[in-house]
Design a protein. Structure first.
Length: 291
């Protein structure tokens, strides 16, 4: 369970969910947002950083001020969402420049005003580790590193981006260990969670994560579409559709992806150890002992 020292107890609490894109970062944002102690805000860092060009229609609506066309996962548009509405000048860049910590502090207080029981604000920009040093100076910061099985993630990338499987595996093998190295170098408290653990044994996996955060697990977390209190204005498109039936389920398409070539098989062997450690390290998917 997370512990507080004297300094951290005085600072607002922030959870950063770190991982590769399409690894469950936004899903976990919505899931933990089912707790009255957590309010998720999606990919806020990426959204508010004007060095980053928009890469989706939702993101462009936010950056170009079409707030009535940008829907928050709370069901309101960003024009009327009580958490995002105060940040509209910063989304446009028309306000005086603010640091990422200052912008997140505004979001923290806007979320707390809507939910007085909130303890944690949760941010889920996948590669947000680059902001962590600045954020840790202002917030009591905890990291959650979510990693998807290289085979599942590779098949997803091959399907979405039409890239050869061996290139998808090579990207995973380059970027996941680098994220792990940067997280370890930060010295920040971190919980490692496998996407497969979350999707296939959600109650057990979330129970361990909630214990670490010091919040209560609830069965509502299994159906975040109906119960999440997150305010996701930019992130996984599925979370922005307001689907009240959204639940945790596993995409097993990779099991029927087909035969792998020699290059992909070689990369799989290289990835095997770190894949096992990061994706299945909490032991919630252990096979039962043979009788």
């Amino acid at each position: 369970m997370a512990q507080e020292d004297g300094n951290n107890a005085k600072r607002p609490k922030l959870i950063q969910v770190i991982g590769l894109g399409h690894s469950g970062t936004t899903l976990l944002d919505a899931v933990l947002g089912c707790s009255p102690k957590v309010v998720g805000i999606g990919e806020a860092l990426r959204t508010l950083d004007h060095r980053i060009a928009p890469n989706s229609s939702t993101f462009r609506n936010l950056r170009e001020g079409r707030f009535q066309e940008a829907v928050c996962s709370c069901g309101e548009t960003v024009e009327t969402c009580p958490v995002w509405r105060p940040l509209q000048p910063h989304l446009l860049g028309s306000a005086a420049p603010q640091s990422v910590a200052q912008n997140l502090d505004k979001l923290w207080h806007a979320a707390r005003d809507q939910n007085p029981s909130m303890e944690y604000l949760l941010e889920s920009t996948p590669a947000g580790i680059g902001y962590s040093a600045e954020l840790s100076a202002h917030f009591d910061l905890r990291l959650v590193f979510i990693v998807r099985d290289v085979r599942s993630w590779g098949a997803s990338q091959a399907r979405r981006r039409k890239v050869p499987m061996h290139r998808a595996y090579a990207k995973w093998l380059a970027q996941v260990p680098e994220l792990q190295r940067r997280i370890e170098a930060s010295g920040l408290p971190c919980f490692r969670l496998g996407y497969e653990e979350l999707a296939l044994a959600p109650a057990k996996a979330l129970g361990k994560l909630c214990d670490w955060l010091g919040i209560a697990y609830t069965d509502e977390m299994l159906t975040p579409g109906a119960f999440s209190g997150s305010h996701i204005a930019n992130g996984n498109v599925a979370m922005l559709k307001g689907d009240r039936t959204l639940s945790i389920r596993y995409d097993a398409d990779w099991l029927t992806h087909g035969r792998l070539d020699v290059r992909a098989l070689w990369l799989l062997r290289r990835a095997a150890t770190i894949n096992q450690e990061l994706v299945y390290g909490n032991g919630v998917l252990q096979r039962p002992p043979k009788k």
